[in-house]
Design a protein around this ligand. Structure first.
Ligand code: SF4
Length: 381
């Protein structure tokens, strides 16, 4: 396949792995004292496991799986609120498929649908807009979920609904942003992180400048990376090279896609429709200031929180305890691996997930379950 196979070339991969090993030796990293690199994005986590990079990289390097899977970090309280909206008889609730099975405290959207709620999977918020046009007597709600990658398309759908005066359409906004949780992780005294592989798709929208504080204020390198095996290996090598040389910079390995200033059209749509919430709850990380987006007052007629008196606007108590035995929060902050969770593969499987990390296709636990897991056999020896 043109433009893909070049990024999967085994000979080039072997050369990069050898160079990674050399730089790790120069740093003095060992299995007992590894360099910790966090891949922030769930898409990177899956690419690492899909291509077996976790097993190919030399000892002395440990991947920490970050909070960059939007379904995984969605707190149970927000799933409960989705169900509450979806079970209203006048509502058609629309969502991307991977959010359907995320457990709430009472039930998931899938279970609510089985119980009779009108919940429909869509591929785009524009599908939800079309449903609203075709069902003027119903309230069509779109579950706006995701990082800066999906935020612009939800914004465009709200702008379009406003242009058409389509008032039976609204968005339950759970859009979040990447830089604040990175800052929260860096401020956590328990975190041991030496550098980051930065998200590719998010950076396509926001560019590389919002990460500057990571190098400037925390002295950690970050390299924005693509999703093919050679992209990831080269990015890891770039992070390690910075560490060896005592540098901390923001570099862009994915320059063929990511412009330094991001996408101005997407950024303009985001700025027009949303503003930061004072705080937002993240599964496993707690409340993080200015990490979530809400719909601006100018578009409040399309804000499901306003329309249904639910969520942050209604001042509800939000923090909900995770199910007993669930280690999602520990995994997401790098304190343990999925295989260390007592529920992994027994009480929690992709067929019967207990935590969100097993539900989402980008979740670390689903990656370990599907592809075998990083050095799990050694850990079990
Ligand atoms: S195995 Fe299940 S319960 Fe345990 S951390 Fe992963 S998703 Fe959460």
């Amino acid at each position: 396949m043109r433009y893909v196979q070049e990024f999967r070339d085994p000979k080039a991969a072997r050369a990069l792995l050898a160079e990674i090993g050399r730089v790790l030796d120069q740093i003095g990293a060992t299995r007992e004292s590894p360099v910790h690199i966090m891949e922030i994005c769930g898409g990177h986590t899956h690419a690492i496991f899909r291509y077996g990079l976790d097993k190919l990289v030399p000892e002395g390097l440990e991947f920490i799986h970050g909070p960059g899977c939007p379904v995984c970090v969605l707190p149970m309280s927000r799933v409960d609120e989705c169900v509450e909206i979806a079970e209203r008889p006048e509502v058609i609730f629309t969502t991307f498929g991977d959010a359907m099975r995320v457990p709430g405290t009472r039930k998931s959207l899938m279970q609510a649908k089985a119980g009779g709620a009108d919940i429909r999977m869509v591929y785009s918020p524009l599908d939800a807009l079309e449903l609203a046009r075709r069902n003027p007597g119903r309230e069509v709600v779109f579950f706006g979920l995701g990082f800066e990658t999906t935020t612009p398309s939800t914004a465009l759908s709200i702008q379009q609904a406003a242009r058409e005066g389509l008032t039976n359409f609204s968005v339950f906004c759970n859009h979040i942003t990447v830089p604040p949780p990175i800052k929260a992780l860096l401020d956590d005294p328990h975190m041991v992180l030496d550098g980051f592989v930065g998200p590719g798709h998010v950076s396509m929208v926001i560019g590389t400048r919002p990460y500057d504080f990571i190098a400037r204020d925390y002295g950690k390198p970050l390299v924005v990376a693509g999703f093919e095996p050679l992209d990831l290996l080269q990015s890891v090598l770039m992070v390690l090279t910075q560490i060896r040389d005592g540098r901390a910079e923001i570099e862009n390995q994915y320059a063929r896609v990511v412009p330094a200033d991001g996408n101005p059209v997407s950024l303009a749509a985001i700025a027009d429709v949303y503003e930061p919430r004072p705080t937002f709850e993240w599964r496993g990380l707690g409340e993080i200031d200015a990490s979530g987006l809400r719909i601006r007052d100018a578009y409040r007629a399309w804000d499901a929180e306003e329309k249904f008196g639910i969520g942050y606007g209604a001042g509800r108590a939000r923090v909900v305890q995770e199910p007993e035995g669930c280690a999602c929060g520990m995994v997401m902050t790098g304190r343990c691996k999925p295989v260390d969770c007592p529920q992994f593969g027994t009480g929690c499987t992709p067929e019967m997930p207990l935590g969100a990390l097993m539900v989402s296709s980008e979740g670390a636990c689903a990656a370990y379950y599907q592809y075998g897991g990083a050095r799990a056999p050694q850990a079990a020896e």
